[in-house]
Write a protein that binds this ligand. Structure first.
Ligand SMILES: CC(C)(COP(=O)(O)OP(=O)(O)OC[C@H]1O[C@@H](n2cnc3c(N)ncnc32)[C@H](O)[C@@H]1OP(=O)(O)O)[C@@H](O)C(=O)NCCC(=O)NCCS
Length: 184
C-alpha cells in the first residue's frame, strides 16, 4: 500500500518534504527550524497516529498529510513546544506562529481538527493528494470527529483549487490566507 500510517522511520523524509514541496528550500538554518517547528514537528511527535504518508517503491515517504484532531489540546502543547524551541529574541517568528492559528481558534467548535498536506514536486498532480485526503477523512470519521479545517496562502492558487475540488467550503480569510473547512 503506498499510503500508510506515519512511522518513526519517516521523520527525516517528512521533514524534508515539509521544506521542499515548493521546490528546493531557500530558507537558512534558523528559517528551516522555524518552518519545521510551526508546520511539522508537533504533528509527527505528538499525534503520529493522525498522520499518513505516501511512500515510493522503496518505502520512502514522498508525500504526507499531518493532522491534529483536537485544537484545544493542540494549542496548549504547540505553544509550549514553540516557546522552548524558538529563541524568544525572534519576536517576528513568535508573532507569526501565534497568528497562524488564530483562524483555528475562531472555528474550532465546528472544525476541531486541522491538517497540512504536501507532496514532493515529482508526485504532484497524480491524484495522490486526493488519496491522502480520503485516507485521513475515513480515519477521522471513525473517530467521530466533527469537522476539519486548514489555512492556505491565498497566492497558492493550485492548492486553493485542490481544496475547492475536494469540497471544502471557504469559512474565512485574512490578509494572507484563505480558511477552508469541511464537516465530516
Ligand atoms: C496541493 C497538493 C497537496 C494537491 O495534491 P495533488 O496530488 O497534486 O492533487 P490531485 O492530483 O489529487 O488533484 C485533485 C484535484 O485538485 C486540482 N489541483 C491539484 N493541484 C492543482 C494545481 N496546482 N492547480 C490547479 N488545480 C490543481 C486538480 O485539478 C484535481 O482536479 P481534477 O481531478 O479535476 O483534475 C499538492 O499539489 C502539493 O503538495 N502542492 C505543493 C505544496 C502545497 O501547496 N501544499 C498545500 C499547502 S496549504
Amino acid at each position: 500500500m503506498p499510503i500508510r500510517p506515519y512511522e518513526a522511520k519517516d521523520r527525516d523524509a517528512v521533514r524534508y518534504i515539509c521544506l521542499n514541496s515548493d521546490g528546493p528550500c531557500e530558507a537558512d538554518e534558523m528559517g528551516q527550524h522555524f518552518l519545521l517547528t510551526t508546520y511539522c514537528d508537533y504533528y509527527i511527535e505528538r499525534e503520529p497516529h493522525n498522520c499518513f504518508v505516501f511512500a515510493d517503491e522503496e518505502d520512502r515517504a514522498v508525500g504526507y498529510i499531518l493532522c491534529t484532531e483536537d485544537f484545544a489540546n493542540f494549542r496548549k502543547v504547540f505553544y509550549s513546544d514553540f516557546k522552548t524551541r524558538i529563541d524568544p529574541a525572534r519576536t517576528a517568528e513568535h508573532k507569526w506562529a501565534e497568528e497562524s492559528i488564530v483562524p483555528h481558534a475562531q472555528h474550532s467548535a465546528d472544525f476541531p481538527a486541522h491538517l497540512h498536506i504536501d507532496l514532493l514536486p515529482d508526485y504532484q498532480g497524480k491524484g495522490i493528494g486526493t488519496q491522502l485526503m480520503n485516507t485521513l477523512f475515513a480515519h477521522l470519521r471513525n473517530k467521530k470527529c466533527r469537522g476539519i479545517m486548514l489555512t492556505v496562502f491565498r497566492h497558492n492558487t493550485g492548492a486553493v483549487r485542490f481544496y475547492e475540488r475536494y469540497g471544502f467550503d471557504r469559512i474565512g480569510e485574512n490578509t494572507n490566507n484563505i480558511v477552508f473547512g469541511k464537516l465530516l
